[in-house]
Design a protein around this ligand. Structure first.
Ligand code: AMO
Length: 439
């Protein structure tokens, strides 16, 4: 173990006021520059950059030669004296006395970290450990971590408890097609698509407000910029309320996330001006959505789901975050509560479900849930599913299930839309998609 790293300081903890002080720093060799008789080594650590300056003839010759030769991206520890220097990062430079190479990098790098040479997303994801060293990518993941903390703090503050439900399950929740089967001893099991059934079962437990932030697995074949096969979902479920109350929680949460992230100084690295959305968000019904679309010449048959192009058209018309409510039951899952609505004199098969939309994509969906055992069983059957596979779930509706409602919010969708990032893979450390299973 290097002696130098015991007293290691972050580059941004040192300032020009430390002029004359002996310090040690450790990090990666970001850049090397040779200008006449002066050699500059830029060392990068988690906090930022430090300039190490060597004047030929003023430093010991062996050290000068070693510094010159150390390959870029090697990990080094350096001890030296601080000298005030207006032109250097943070207003100081380090005149080195000792350097230890803790790990020498190979000469040919898979990526350029300095940002001088751009790279395709695929190349970046193949060398993700290295891509994470770039300022922009680093800040995306610091923001991701902050977003998760804001969500936890917000929900904890509203009396929710955080739960963990199984990811190895026996039944589908969001329709039978998008499941990853796995072998579970002598039986078949699946990776969970959503904590839906479990969070609802917890409503029968007397925990009135639960949330979970966890992976969801979807075996969707699409290769798009907004779908992952392993995503992270924030799920909530609340007892003794209707859809209206959980929609209010959702919009308050989104506004809270935006206003916390707006204050994050690293946002400047993403060249972004965040505008905190005003609440309440606009609400339109499914019928109003298809009427709006029809005015633009985009015809949606009643009962049909909205296509990506329809979502974009609506997004352009509305231009801000909005809810679509009152969906046809046929395109929502069996657990969404039907409501009685009369449209032009005839009863429509509508349920109390909603989607939260960003102008570019769907962020969340939720609903008031069916809490009657009989109706739920009928709904499962009418969707062509076998109630026997749902026995463990249906049981919870037989012995005192309160009315309840909830939603699921895609963490990556929230991040990409908030940070104006086009491809969802950018906001996942190691994304899983149709082609990518490593790294
Ligand atoms: P839904 O299937 O709409 O609803 O999912 C909720 C939210 O999760 C995100 N999401 C995804 N993000 C990236 N890639 C995917 N393949 C993907 N699939 C879903 C989206 C979506 O809006 N059980 C219900 C929620 C509820 O009613 O409580 C559900 O899972 O942002």
């Amino acid at each position: 173990m290097s002696l130098l790293i015991h007293n290691r300081e972050y580059s941004t903890e040192i300032t020009a006021a430390d002029h004359g002080k002996r310090v040690s720093i450790a990090g990666w060799v970001h850049e090397k520059r040779h200008l006449g008789g002066v050699f500059f080594l830029i060392v990068r650590d988690f906090s930022g950059f430090a300039q190490v300056t060597l004047h030929k003839g003023e430093v010991e010759k062996g050290l000068f030669e070693r510094v010159k030769k150390v390959p870029r991206e090697s990990v080094v520890a350096i001890e030296g004296k601080v000298k005030r220097e207006r032109k250097a990062p943070n207003g100081y430079e380090i005149i080195p006395e000792r350097m230890e190479v803790l790990n020498e990098a190979s000469q040919i790098l898979p990526l350029d970290i300095t940002g001088k040479v751009g790279a395709e997303l695929d190349t970046r994801l193949d060398a993700r450990f290295m891509d994470l060293r770039t300022e922009r990518t680093k800040h995306i993941f610091i923001i991701r971590s902050r977003v998760l903390k804001v969500i936890r703090d917000f929900l904890d503050g509203q009396g929710f408890i955080e739960t963990n439900t199984p990811k190895i399950v026996s039944a589908a929740t969001e329709g039978g097609t998008a499941l990853f089967p796995i072998s579970y001893f002598e039986r078949e099991a699946f990776l969970n698509q959503s904590p839906q059934l479990y969070k609802q079962m917890l409503m029968a437990s007397g925990f009135d407000r639960v949330y979970e932030i966890a992976p969801i697995f979807r075996a969707e074949e699409h290769d798009t910029t907004k779908h992952l096969n392993e995503a992270t979902s924030v799920d909530i479920e609340v007892a003794f309320v209707s859809a209206k109350e959980v929609m209010a929680i959702l919009e308050e949460l989104i506004a809270c996330v935006y206003s916390e992230i707006e204050r994050y100084p690293g946002l400047s690295k993403l060249n972004l001006n965040l505008e905190v959305p005003k609440i309440p968000f606009r609400r339109i019904t499914y019928d109003e959505a298809i009427a709006l679309l029809s005015e633009t010449g985009e015809e949606i048959e009643w009962g049909e789901d909205l296509s990506t192009s329809a979502e974009h058209t609506l997004g352009e018309l509305i231009g801000e975050l909005y809810f679509i409510t009152d969906w046809p039951c046929a395109i929502k899952p069996f657990y969404a509560q039907p409501i009685d609505v009369e449209v032009e004199g005839k009863r429509e098969d509508i349920c109390n479900a909603f989607d939260l939309m960003h102008p570019k994509l769907e962020l969340a969906s939720g609903s008031q849930r069916v809490h009657s055992y009989e109706l739920l069983k009928r709904n499962i059957e009418s969707k062509g599913l076998n109630p026997d596979s749902f026995e463990f779930y249906l049981d919870a509706f037989k012995y005192g299930m309160p009315p309840h409602a909830g939603w699921g919010l895609g963490v990556e969708r929230l991040l990409m839309s908030m940070l104006e990032i086009d491809n969802i893979r950018e906001v996942v450390l190691f994304p899983r998609d149709r082609r990518r299973l490593a790294p």
